[in-house]
Design a protein around this ligand. Structure first.
Ligand SMILES: *Cc1c(COP(=O)(O)O)cnc(C)c1O
Length: 389
């Protein structure tokens, strides 16, 4: 092309060094060293044996971490939201009804996604610092008999964990499918897809799995699979589970090309799942409970309150904390980032301006990180009080 046509000069992209922060927000989390290494493995052909064998390993790992015997398990190319959009668009058609149990921001996202596809949405809301009783959920399901119900297991915007045991049976009594977000809970707190009667579930890699964002494991029950096979509506091409199942060999050795998956992310997800399989889920749940218990014990010496009053509703991976009067949430977050190189987050959605959100999960779930966080908070509370008086 003639130089005269060049109206945009090349930008001067300068490399700069920075120290890796300790990522203790509600996600992303730091990565396991072995996952970091896995990201540098060779890019291979998406049609070669090594690649399909990695997909097989991932499917076996996904069955383990979701605790499901279902064969319709795979991972969507995209962050947690891609899993959400896949579940909703594959299982609920236009004019069908989605009941959304709402207590935080992820339920609001599900509402936005569903509305874009002409799905009828029903919101059932409880205060953000609590969770749902199964009785109240049953009332809603009985009343509306929706095609599906969406609920978040661990909510990183509020720091709550929802009891799900028994909910699948309730939904199935009324012909409703149960859709669950486990993005910030999987690996950190117990989850049993089959035993709890969950029909579809998604998670993401950058939270308690301690991997990079960009790939979202999903699983569907036999009931959900029937719905997908018999549906009369179209889904987005990129999220079409019927096509993706052919690429992921869910029904035999089909190996059909749908889109180019990212080999680094495939290697990374495979390593996250390998890591968790070696540690075992039980040990990982125990480790998360223990680190967070230790963190909460350390907090007793500080003038901080829990946003979630009932300890049974508190999520082990993300703690939500209320500052004493006179402190500004954004200033505390900024101080801890600048002075300690630790990332924590302020509130989001319903908890904006009301809470700190502190994640202790994955590779960071240990007492050393819990101590570093408690020390940083103590320092911030002391340093900042003068400026706000
Ligand atoms: C982080 C998070 C999401 C969103 O995931 P992305 O990877 O940012 O798309 C969804 N649900 C929950 C519970 C989360 O914590």
């Amino acid at each position: 092309m003639a130089p005269s046509k060049m109206s945009i000069p090349p930008p001067n992209i300068v490399n700069s060094e920075f120290k890796e922060p300790l990522l203790c927000g509600p996600g992303p989390c730091n990565m396991w060293p072995s996952v970091r290494e896995a990201l540098t493995k060779p890019v291979v052909s998406p049609l070669c044996d090594q690649f399909f064998s990695a997909l097989d390993d991932i499917r076996a790992g996904i069955k383990y971490v979701f605790q499901t015997k279902s064969n319709l398990v795979l991972a969507i190319s995209g962050s947690g939201h891609s899993g959400m959009e896949t579940l909703i668009t594959n299982l609920v058609g236009p004019k069908e009804t989605l009941l959304i149990a709402t207590r935080g921001i992820w339920d609001e996202r599900a509402y936005n996604v569903a509305n874009r596809y002409g799905i009828k949405t029903i919101i059932y809301r409880v205060p953000y610092n609590t969770t749902f009783t199964l009785e109240e959920l049953e009332k809603q399901v009985e009343l509306y008999r929706p095609t599906a119900m969406f609920i978040t297991h661990g909510d990183s915007s509020t720091g709550t964990v929802q009891k799900l045991e028994g909910l699948g049976d309730i939904c199935h009594k009324y012909g409703t499918l149960l859709l669950v977000d486990t993005v910030v809970s999987l690996g950190g707190v117990p989850f049993f897809m089959d035993a709890w009667g969950v029909d579809a579930v998604y998670t993401s890699t950058q939270k308690a799995l301690s991997g990079p964002a960009g790939i979202s494991p999903v699983a569907f029950s036999a009931r959900a699979e029937q719905k997908i096979k018999n549906r009369k509506y179209e889904t987005p091409f990129y999220f079409d589970i019927n096509l993706l199942a052919q690429q992921w060999n869910c029904y035999g050795n089909t190996r059909s090309y749908h889109h180019t998956m990212s080999p680094p992310l495939i290697w990374a997800l495979r390593e996250c799942l390998r890591q968790l399989s070696i540690e075992t889920l039980e040990k990982s749940w125990e480790r998360h409970a223990k680190s967070t218990r230790h963190f909460h014990e350390r907090l007793q010496r500080l003038p901080l309150d829990f946003l979630v009053p009932n300890p049974e509703h508190r999520l082990a991976t993300v703690s939500t904390l209320v500052l004493p009067n006179g402190y500004n949430y954004n200033e505390v977050v900024k101080y801890i980032r600048e002075k300690h190189n630790i990332i924590i987050f302020p509130g989001l959605g319903p908890t904006a301006g009301k809470s700190l959100r502190i994640g202790i999960m994955g590779v960071n779930s240990n007492s050393a990180v819990a101590d570093a966080l408690a020390d940083a908070l103590a320092d911030a509370l002391q340093a900042l009080v003068k400026s706000s008086l």
